[in-house]
Design a protein around this ligand. Structure first.
Ligand SMILES: Cc1ncc(COP(=O)(O)O)c(C=O)c1O
Length: 169
């Protein structure tokens, strides 16, 4: 880290020069060229619509035109779709400290959140409260509220943008 950088998180303001110096020292810098962004755009969003990986348009076209269009249902085996959830999970596992076979990539964020909350409530039936952060992604809060209601649990700590009501505590 450059010597004029704050060494802790006490300073919230970073100048453009400091940001450029941080970029120059970033060990992930070489990966920038793997993503497409419009010229001049500083993009700080990390949700589902992160920056487009440069290889994605060609890969999506291949999947749609060849694997789906030509291979049809055979592509579950011939193109390896069937193995993707576990194969991709094994590649992610070391990033999250998991062992091979412990991570799968499947479904949407909302479907997975529904499954994990429902399973957590069933694992310990005496547990009756779901706590979430006020700033959580809106659909995560709607879904958490729904799971809580259908399981007779209380949701606490968030604020539902859908209803405008603060969750009960
Ligand atoms: C934190 C978070 N939760 C939920 C969603 C919704 O994702 P999905 O439509 O895949 O359920 C998103 C999408 O951006 C997200 O970033």
């Amino acid at each position: 880290m450059p010597s004029d950088m704050p060494s802790d998180h006490s300073s919230r303001t970073v100048s453009r020069e400091q940001a450029a110096a941080l970029d120059a020292a970033d060990p992930l810098r070489a990966l920038r060229s793997r993503f497409v962004l419009p010229e001049g755009v500083l993009y700080l969003d990390g949700n589902s619509l992160g920056a487009l990986p440069a290889g994605t348009p060609a890969r999506v076209a291949e999947l749609v035109e060849r694997e789906w269009g030509q291979g049809l249902i055979r592509s579950w085996n011939d193109a390896g779709w069937y193995d993707l959830p576990r194969g991709l999970g094994d590649r992610i596992a070391p990033l999250v400290g998991a062992a091979p076979g412990q991570v799968v990539v499947c479904d949407s964020t909302s479907v997975n959140l529904f499954k994990v909350l429902s399973a957590a409530l069933r694992l310990r039936p005496g547990r009756r409260v779901i706590v979430s952060e006020l700033g959580s992604f809106p659909t995560d809060l709607y879904l958490t509220e729904g799971v809580g209601e259908s399981a007779g649990a209380t949701t606490r700590g968030g604020c539902s943008a859908a209803t405008g009501t603060t969750w009960s505590s």
